[in-house]
Design a protein around this ligand. Structure first.
Ligand code: GSH
Length: 352
């Protein structure tokens, strides 16, 4: 090692860099390791040792003791986004000068009061409920046969690659080219079956209904019905978020941990609704309202937040301070968060 004061690096297994950015960690403190989940790289035995659920993100951090040069390197793996953002927040305070090479200010993103903490927990937990699952919503973002055709065109290659990766791992294990526990083998099997269930529907997405056999037709209809139900549930999630949010950020005028979860979640949903980076809050959330409204339409969030007040709290220019114009809180949040350098960096190539 050329520099004895070098801080052991943490490795972040693929995750947008927003927390790192907001906390002012130095770029040299982090190794970004891309785990291509679209190719099933997250199922490799080496990754399962870091995170047995095979999900990204995983943050691998050196334990404190490794700062002593004579100690053997030891690491711990933090395996879900909630724990990772909490860890990153606590690891760097305004005073801390250890474990970091950066002099950038480190605001605390944790809620400062019990009341704020309750709001924060409620929002974060809501965003991690099955009804809000952004991945399920992505794979089920089709409620008509036409939409299913488009969805299959984009998702099918990834599901096919993941199924192939899992089949290969199972075959390698079967032939004793690799050796894994029965638990891992069963995990791969379950994941492969899950991929196949989607592929059964995606593979036939181009076939008109009248050309499908009975079984295939039933599968498609069941898929479309599940998708309608999944998107209907999002209405409740959005209504609750819009009510619980203090505005424009989750806890008012200061960014906090809940906003990091909300920003990533909302960016995904706006993108699934056909929104883009250039859409302001009114347009982006308007598209989302239309999308979750579905065929029935008529879904609208309560517009109970002053536009001027939201902009003032977010530190954005207010063109007409006397204006009585109102907007929903999610639109105010979107306008505030999309101005942040971290958001612009994470989504520089578009929403995802
Ligand atoms: N609760 C976890 C969920 C993470 C998660 O589901 N990640 C997705 C990608 S955004 C994933 O890794 N999927 C891979 C798979 O399940 O095959 C967290 O918040 O970290």
């Amino acid at each position: 090692m050329s520099d004895s004061a070098q801080v052991p690096k943490a490795a972040l297994y693929y995750f947008p860099t927003s927390v790192w950015e907001e906390k002012g960690y130095g770029a040299d403190e982090l190794d970004l390791k891309l785990v291509d989940i679209s190719k099933g790289e997250n199922y490799a035995p080496s990754y399962l040792r870091l995170n047995p659920q095979a999900t990204v993100p995983t943050l691998v951090v050196p334990l404190h003791k490794t700062l002593a040069p004579d100690m053997e390197s030891r690491y711990k793996a933090i395996q879900d986004s909630k724990s990772i953002v909490e860890f990153l927040d606590k690891s760097r305070s305004t005073q801390s000068r250890t474990h970091t090479t950066s002099d950038a200010p480190a605001p605390s993103l944790s809620p400062a009061t019990i009341a704020f903490s309750a709001v924060s927990t409620k929002l974060i937990d809501l965003l991690h409920t099955p009804a809000a699952d952004p991945n399920a919503l992505k794979y089920m973002n089709a409620r008509t046969p036409d939409e299913l055709r488009d969805l299959a065109a984009s998702e099918r290659p990834k599901f096919t690659a993941r199924r192939a990766a899992l089949a290969q791992l199972l075959a390698d294990n079967e032939a004793a080219r690799i050796r894994v526990s029965e638990k891992t083998r069963a995990f791969w099997e379950v994941k492969k079956v899950a991929m196949e269930k989607f592929l059964d529907v995606y593979d036939e997405a181009d076939t008109p209904a009248e050309k499908l056999d009975q079984k295939a037709l039933e599968r498609r209809e069941a898929f479309l019905k599940d998708a309608v139900d999944a998107w209907a549930s999002v209405r409740d999630v959005l209504t609750q978020l819009n009510r619980e949010l203090i505005g424009p950020y989750a806890l008012g005028d200061q960014l906090s941990l809940a906003d990091l979860h909300l920003a990533a979640w909302l960016a995904r949903l706006v993108s699934l609704a056909g929104g883009t980076l250039t859409d302001d809050g009114a347009v982006a959330i308007g598209k989302l309202e239309v999308h979750v409204g579905g065929a029935g339409g008529g879904f609208a969030l309560a517009k109970d937040f002053s536009v001027a007040e939201a902009r003032r709290r977010a530190g954005l220019p207010v063109s007409d301070p006397e204006s009585h114009e109102r907007q929903n809180r999610l639109a105010a949040f979107w306008d505030a968060v999309r101005e942040r350098p971290s958001f612009k960096k994470v989504y520089k190539d578009g929403l995802h």
